[in-house]
Ligand binder design. Structure first.
Ligand code: FAD
Length: 398
């Protein structure tokens, strides 16, 4: 019997994970990526227990646990005063089975790419159009030619052309009102406590990696599309007077290592994540503000669900399988997008009374109810992948 065919569009974290999962579910996969190489955009990535559980579905979780620097929860003011400093890292592990870890983005890409068999990736291949299929196969046109597929997984990122093609009436992206920077600083010597610092409307996060390198991220209100030219100089202008080690870390960074990205979300959730035989995954389906550190984790959850569903599905049943995917993923990701927006609003408060109120409440919560933050994260971190339909790789066994 011919193997069921899948085309994956885009090989960021979501697309690579889907390619790995579909291959191990016995599908014949072609993964088209417009870039000539697998180059992660961004420096570090925090992965919650839910993201690690999703990575386990592809057999990639342990490779990342081995590299991980567990995260602690710390929030400071821009002058350095601690608003909340939690030693609840072990409580996250006790409750959810893993800590929140910080890893280089490239390590996530490497761990997933190692689970994708040779011959699956088609790099330097831009998908130019998709006919979503239904009763008949889907048709994917690309710079490398045309492919028929029983399933198309569109993991083509926040500006997904597939999303626009599937849902032409949807209002699309809305700017979230702030921009972000990411950079790797160092190596630096001396202590660098892990923390996110909150000022008036602006945020600076400091996360040590192994080997003295430090992943930093920042956010500040800005006009959509505005660029400074020298983004490191812009960070020094905005954050150079904040508490140490922020100025020291900025002094240990190179301008070419700073990545700036404006943050956008969908103006409204999509009505569905699929049409016919074509399904959206990751930022293509549900772009979110980065404040909960969940964008990639949700893309991994999506890929884990599609892989588990596909393991028991014959080609004729793909449209019905995608209806089950939408039913599982649309409500879940809509919630996470909303919680993430709420976290963004909290961190980027700008007016002095609102900032004062936020800081007082955060300090009191840290003192009086250190477990409350943990409890509030239970719906995010407590996610479990669907059970395996049957052992992987036996679906097409002779
Ligand atoms: C500042 C910041 C910090 C963040 N921190 C975290 C964090 O700590 N933890 C976390 O979980 N998430 C975090 N995120 C979110 C996370 O980065 C994204 O949600 C995640 O990378 C999305 O992955 P993806 O695979 O869906 O899309 P992408 O990574 O955008 O991949 C899309 C791929 O599709 C390709 N592509 C697009 N169009 C085509 C086409 N027509 N043909 C072929 N290929 C195509 C692109 O080249 C790209 O490789 C952060 C985001 C920001 C901005």
């Amino acid at each position: 019997m011919a193997r069921a065919r899948a085309v994956v569009i885009g090989t960021g974290i979501g697309g690579l994970a889907a390619a790995a999962g579909l291959c191990s579910a016995g599908w014949d996969v072609t993964a088209c990526e417009q870039a000539a190489a697998l180059e992660p955009v961004g420096a570090g990535l925090s992965l919650g227990p839910n993201g690690l559980r999703a990575l386990d579905v592809f057999g990639a979780g342990d490779a990342l646990r081995a590299l991980a620097v567990p995260q602690e929860l710390g929030i400071r003011r821009s002058d350095g005063r601690w608003l909340m400093r939690s030693t609840t890292g072990h409580m996250v592990t006790d409750r959810f089975g893993d800590p929140v870890i910080l890893v280089p983005r490239a390590a996530v890409i490497d761990a997933l790419a190692a689970r994708v068999p040779d011959g699956v990736l088609s790099l330097g291949t831009e998908v130019t159009s998709v006919e979503p299929g239904g009763g008949a196969a889907a048709l994917v046109s690309s710079t490398a030619g045309e492919l028929e597929a029983d399933l198309v997984v569109a993991a083509d990122g926040i500006r997904s052309a597939t999303r626009t093609a599937l849902f032409p009436g949807h209002p699309g992206l809305r700017y979230a009102g702030f921009t972000t920077w990411q950079l790797l600083a160092g190596p630096v010597s001396g202590p660098v406590p892990m923390a996110e610092s909150w000022g008036r409307g602006a945020v600076f996060g400091v996360m040590p990696l192994s080997g003295g390198r430090v992943y930093c991220y920042a956010a500040a209100p800005a006009a959509s599309g505005a660029r400074a030219g020298d983004e490191l100089a812009e960070l020094v202008r905005l954050f150079g007077t904040w508490h140490e080690p922020i100025p020291r870390l900025l002094a240990a960074a190179r301008p070419q290592d700073v990545i700036r990205r404006d943050v956008a979300e969908l103006a409204a959730p999509l009505p569905s994540f699929h049409r016919g035989r074509t399904v959206l995954l990751g930022d293509a389906a549900h772009p979110m503000t980065p404040n909960l550190g969940q964008g990639a984790c949700q893309a991994l959850e999506d890929a884990a669900v599609i892989s588990r569903l596909a393991a028991g599905t014959e080609p004729d049943a793909v449209p019905a399988m995608l209806a089950r995917y939408t039913a599982a993923r649309l409500p879940r990701t809509t919630d996470v997008v909303r919680w993430s927006r709420r976290a963004a609003a909290m961190a980027t408060r700008a007016s002095p009374p609102a900032v004062g109120m936020r800081n007082t409440l955060t300090r009191l919560a840290g003192k009086l109810a250190p477990g409350a933050a943990l409890r509030s994260l239970a719906p995010v971190y407590g996610w479990q992948p669907p059970a395996e339909a049957r052992p992987s790789n036996d679906r097409h066994a002779p």
